[in-house]
Write a protein that binds this ligand. Sequence first.
Ligand code: FES
Ligand SMILES: [Fe+2]
Length: 327
Amino acid sequence: MNARFFTPPIPNGWFQVAYSDEIKPGDVKSLKYFGDDLVIWRSEDGELSVLDAFCPHLGAHLGHGGQVKGNSIECPFHAWQFGTDGKCTAVPYAEHVPRKARLPKWRTQEVANMVMVWHHAEGEPPNFEIPDEIAEWGSKAGVRNEEWTEFTERQWTIRTSNQEMAENAVDTAHFHYLHGTTNMPKSEASAEGAILRVHSDAGMETPRGTVEGSIESLNYGFGLAIVRFKGIVETLNVATMTPIDADHIHLRFNFCVKQTAGAEMARGVGKAFVAEVTRQLEQDIPIWENKVQYEKPLLCDGDGPIGIFRRWCTQFYCWPDKRQAAE
Ligand code: FES
Ligand SMILES: [Fe+2]
């Protein structure tokens, strides 16, 4: 366990591992997430597959030189082939395919051009769902919503944990003292199973002055946060946070703006919005990268709904069995 954090190293949940349009039919890419080596590829029929990377034969990494052949992926070392379900489909120089030959398959779901995978430390199936559509992006079938601008993407690798980053949304005092916002937002948090909803009445500082509005953030576990800002303009940030290992997070932001006031205006606001969210994030990063996480922090009455947040968090971990540890 990592000494900076009291929680188990990698939480359970749905996490983004790629963008759908990065993996076209016939493409193969290596991935490193959850402390594991993975391969992502798409069959010629368009089926997406995420598998453990190391070939069960002699251990080659399928993400480095593996090739899509029809609806299978072929290992670069001795050309064993595996289907989208991970099962070995052919060994070109053997009469029998060894029965046990398979690569563990990861459960995937594509939504709004994101490839999400289910991670569970003990291999259990999903115990919560994520949306299958984000209306501002477009329909399930992939038809874009023209009322909203194209998505602007930003990415970072940050030395922290999921829970530490997520706590930011309910830590109302830091907005004023770290980010310099004029007022401390009033935040209310409510948890429904794996979903945490945080509502804040907050102005957003822009180069044109403060824009009054509200922020509604829907957190689907630790991996996906859909943040809607409503003011003079409506903006959206789809944020995904994926553990790379016990100490690093891959953060992706996807911004878009409703083009009601015209495309020119939306572009201007969009730029200011991205700049402001990025400015705040870059102030958070040195705090996160160097802080420790207390199991029992010393809170005061001006702090936000950190208690509700902390209780919601516990469901995403496989806690080590205390009885076993005591033995
Ligand atoms: S290591 Fe993959 S086929 Fe031999
Ligand atoms: Fe922050």
